[in-house]
Design a protein around this ligand. Structure first.
Ligand code: ADP
Length: 297
């Protein structure tokens, strides 16, 4: 079983010809509420990739919270440990997108910010039962640190996607088996610019020295760079016509975790993750774009 401890957000997406400046009002052309949040996206990606998945998180006591839980349950995800933070809104992303695909986004943590280490302890049964833990950084840092430490102590396979980019406490690295940043996140964590495969390898090697078992840097259309004690290996991405790259990283991580959990080796899991990401970017949106196992051959 894969346990995802992380965020659930409702994305409120408005399309407009041009983004408004301060004090300005413009007409929107369309509006959609779409379930998202990195934690929920990765949980859905793993479930659709064929894994048994449970999630620990917090939604608000509003209608969106119920919708977010129901969406995960429709994908067969165990949501018993997705609680309701009374008096708070659900996590929200207010997203404006213009005709040039430029966007401006305001994120409100809402219920996600109310997740505490005590909620992780209350879900000890799930932590004990899982084989793989997946975390990101959209819930409070104290929660993520506690989850990584507990899972590592229990001998679980620990995956950390350090997104959105933020410096990590030094102690965390040794608790992580697979650290999976994108180029921006790798650059911020390692403190060196990342613009190509060579600089990604330098950043990943610096991160590996801090203690994780492996570092996988996702390089967008350039694929994935794996760095471990044996050296570096590059896996090219599938050649596809990208339409909407939202949640490419989430698709990769969920499917990678699913393949690893059913016993695939790391190269197979990377290949599977890249297949899922390639399909996801040919479709619009975050969760609606995530592919099912039957589509992935
Ligand atoms: P994030 O969405 O977190 O920024 P990336 O952009 O690095 O992550 O994408 C994650 C993975 O998705 C890549 O490693 C690759 O496999 C796939 N991917 C992303 N963009 C493309 C693309 N344009 N063509 C093919 N694959 C892509």
């Amino acid at each position: 079983m894969i346990l995802v401890i992380g965020s659930l957000n409702m994305d409120l997406v408005v399309r407009t010809a041009r983004l408004p400046g301060p004090g300005e009002t413009v007409h929107g052309e369309g509006f959609a509420t779409l379930p998202g949040g990195k934690g929920a996206n990765q949980a859905v990606a793993a479930a659709r990739a064929g894994a048994e998945v449970a999630m620990v998180g917090r939604v608000g006591s509003d209608g969106y919270g119920e919708q977010l839980r129901q969406g995960l349950q429709a994908d067969g995800i165990d949501c018993q440990a997705v609680g309701v933070a009374e008096g708070l809104p659900s996590g929200l992303a207010m997203i404006q997108v213009d005709h040039a695909s430029q966007n401006s986004i305001v994120i409100v943590a809402g219920g996600n910010g109310a997740l505490t280490p005590a909620h992780i302890d209350a879900a000890e049964g799930l932590l004990a039962r899982c084989t793989v833990l997946v975390c990101q950084l959209e819930v409070p840092q104290a929660v993520v640190g506690h989850a990584l430490q507990r899972a590592h102590a229990l001998g679980k396979t620990v995956i950390l996607n350090p997104a959105p980019a933020s410096a990590l406490p030094a102690a965390w690295y040794a608790w992580v088996d697979y650290l999976i940043p994108n180029e921006t996140e790798a650059a911020l964590l390692a403190g060196v610019p990342v613009s190509d495969r060579a600089s990604a390898e330098a950043a990943a090697s610096a991160l590996l020295a801090r203690g994780p078992r492996q570092v996988l840097v996702t390089l967008g259309a350039q694929g994935v760079l794996q760095v471990n004690a044996a050296g570096a290996r590059h896996y090219p991405a599938q050649a596809v016509q990208a339409r909407d790259t939202t949640a490419a990283g989430d698709a990769f991580i969920g499917a990678f975790a699913a393949e690893l959990e059913r016993g695939g080796d790391v190269p197979a899991a990377i290949a599977y993750g890249q297949k899922a990401a390639a399909l996801a970017i040919t479709r619009d949106g975050a969760q609606p774009s995530l592919p099912y196992r039957a589509e992935m051959g």
